[in-house]
Design a protein around this ligand. Structure first.
Ligand SMILES: [Mg+2]
Length: 330
């Protein structure tokens, strides 16, 4: 196979040729009135408001090519943005994808990345798709995605709405992504594939965002950094005290430990202080309001803002993208 034959790199063919190979693989948005091709896309916003968020992934601090396939990176890039939209109680409508890659990157890599974006949208938020983007060349592979969502006439779920007497609930994986990352760092090839997948291609319950909103969620976000840190954000924004039930956490840790063959204390750490599961952490007015798919984790009370496990205060610890990495790009 010649260099410009079946496996051309970004340097071998023109940008328009690259795009013509990628476009057909991208997911299309049901909400796009005008898709890629013009200077802007046109996306319907029936609510007259829309939510918007962005997330960047940089090779080195955010991902490693020896761990993630391009397909997995595309999936994860979609998933993290879709989870942010869902956490506001909105339906994801469109993604704008910017990617800068080294000139030696095979076009095949970009095609597989596009396939991962497609699978992420199809699996997690059917109807959402890519409406535009940009492609550039850089020595550091960088992916930036901006996502929009439709509130369908409901008020957005904010971090600041938790009140005394609310119930804290969570939907999605909790601890798996951190255990998966630990397995990758320590070279545990025998780790269960589900654990590695939880880190490399997280599957947040995006569909439960609107379910939570319809059930009257008072506050919420997706857990990107850690349960302790992200619950701390709700506690601070709402100026309330959030207490996690120790028995529930121990129970979850025991199940996680049993399922993945790690010890219970490691599982407990992953649940409380691990990140990147991107599940939905929400508060509701009462137990009866909590929809199917959510697990009750604790309750909200008045008082100085903070996060407690039983009586013990949890310091703000969690995923720090600048910690634990040697900074070398591989
Ligand atoms: Mg978030």
């Amino acid at each position: 196979v010649s260099e410009k034959g079946e496996y051309p790199t970004l340097a071998d063919i023109s940008e328009s040729e690259v795009l013509s190979r990628i476009f057909p693989r991208l997911p299309t948005s049901d909400f796009a009135l005008l898709g890629p091709g013009d200077d802007c896309a046109v996306v319907s916003a029936p609510d007259k408001r829309f939510v918007m968020t962005t997330d960047m992934m940089v090779q080195g601090p955010d991902f490693r090519l020896e761990w993630s396939t391009p397909w997995q990176l595309g999936f994860k890039a979609a998933a993290t943005n879709l989870a942010d939209v869902a956490s506001m109680g909105a339906v994801p409508t469109a993604l704008v994808v910017s990617l800068a890659a080294p000139a030696a990157t095979q076009v095949r890599w970009l095609e597989e990345f596009a396939d991962g974006l497609h699978a992420g949208c199809n699996d997690l938020a059917p109807g959402c798709g890519v409406v535009g983007g940009d492609l550039s060349v850089s020595s550091v592979l960088t992916v930036s995605i901006t996502a929009t969502g439709d509130l369908q006439g409901r008020e957005p779920i904010l971090r600041s709405g938790a009140r005394d007497g609310d119930v804290i609930a969570y939907a999605g994986d909790l601890g798996q992504a951190a255990l998966g990352l630990h397995a990758l760092f320590t070279g545990q090839r025998l780790a269960k594939p589900e654990l590695l997948n939880a880190q490399l291609q997280p599957q947040p319950p995006v569909n439960l965002g609107t379910v939570a909103a319809e059930a009257g969620a008072t506050a919420g976000l997706d857990v990107s950094d850690s349960l302790a840190m992200d619950l701390g954000r709700i506690a601070k924004a709402s100026n309330v005290s959030c207490r996690l039930d120790e028995r529930v956490i121990d129970d979850l840790a025991a199940h996680l430990a049993l399922e993945y063959g790690v010890d219970a204390s490691e599982a407990r750490q992953a649940i409380l202080f691990g990140g990147e599961d991107h599940g939905l952490l929400m508060t509701f007015r009462s137990l009866d309001d909590v929809p199917d798919g959510f697990v009750i984790l604790g309750d909200v009370s008045e008082g100085p803002h903070g996060v407690f496990l039983g009586q013990a205060s949890l310091t703000e610890r969690g995923w720090n993208p600048y910690a634990g990495w040697d900074g070398t790009v591989s």
